[in-house]
Design a protein around this ligand. Sequence first.
Ligand SMILES: C=C(O[C@H]1C=CC=C(C(=O)O)[C@@H]1O)C(=O)O
Length: 449
Amino acid sequence: MSVIAPPLAPPRLVVRTSRTADLPQSLTALVDLLPDTRPLSWVRHGDGVVGWGEALRFETFGPGRFADAEHAWHQVLIGAEVHDDVGVPGTGPIAFGSFAFDDVVPGDESEDPTRACGALIVPRVVAGRRDGECWTTTIELVGDRAAPAPDAFRHAYPHVAVTAPGRVTCADGSVAAEDWKSVVAEGVARIRTHELDKVVLARDVVATAERPVDPRHLLRRLAQGYESCWTFSVDGLVGATPELLVRSEKGLVTSRVLAGTIRRTRGPGHDEADLLNAARLASSPKDREEHTYAARSVAAALEPYCSSMNVPEAPFVLHLPNVMHLATDVTAVLDGSRGGTRPPSSLSLAAALHPSAAVCGTPTVAARGLIREIEGLDRARYAGPVGWVGADGDGEWGIALRSAELSERDPRRVRLFAGCGIVAASDPVAELAESEAKLEPMRYALGMD
Ligand SMILES: C=C(O[C@H]1C=CC=C(C(=O)O)[C@@H]1O)C(=O)O
């Protein structure tokens, strides 16, 4: 006999945000607060939000993964009791989230065919800092005795010392590095027959550490070494992405589009070489083409939601420690009169923007089809949206690049990902080298530099 449980009333949250004493002026001040279990992070230049514990968790599947997560978030906010003494973006109730790149639930070849395609996690505790203002939010489920007292957040979870992973070795992932050149060559061939204009092809490598990998070790190194990137951690997906899919704040929408890459030079004379390389990148027709598709895809996806938009005519060169990218900062104003009863949230904007041509290709459907056909990789959450959303829908979502997936089965194992935009003029050998450069942040985080 099967028993159908009556629908549960949505859980009721009690949320309290209060100002806290200044944190040390360090890039890692926020991530240093994190306990070792399932840390949540969205930090850049030392500011941002980190969280721990799980008051609530919503897992979603397939093409509806964004809309279902959004619906669950709205439902839970309806009855929430919120006391917010700070009132800046990131205070009050927030949920961290990450979503799979593809709609298709992975088949038998996947590590875990039942895994969710998306998750929103409402932490029990959030610590945040923005422009010198620091706060703590505690989130309790009504009737939940396990929730920490508002003034006890530092002690609610035992603070286990951060451990380094020890010696780390790397092996080929789903497709061996040598074979990946043929995958790229196939992408180029398809583009040359005019099947599509651009496709982004990715690969993974598998790192095995001597000791269990402590995500906080990775977060600390990334927050320090890649401070201009968004250092994120959600459910075992850790990275430092330079690409902001969307930030929505008080009606202003921002997106940093990246596509087109050149490696940074190391050693003596690197300043001069960097200047030369930046000029080379800015004038490279192949990189400009890759970039144009990406910037256009973002502008086209945002257009229906916005009353005005600024897309600079030419990209600038973004300098990161490992590479330089062609970059365009798109800014737009949300159109309050469109989008139904409430303006679109940052999460629904992320859903509309995903997958941009920076991680999929042009046209989108043909590119996604080709990725499924030839890439030979289960991207999982790599290149999907990762970030946070607040009660008013404002929030920040990055693209989960320069990232790694920590294995749930083997805590010493980590999958690192990198991908490259392929156009007609792409060279498989150069693309393999570019993918190696894009793996550098996570190799560095693991201490493999
Ligand atoms: C797909 C990745 O990077 C994207 C973002 C910036 C530059 C890219 C490129 O030049 O190919 C990619 O479009 C990755 O890092 O895995």
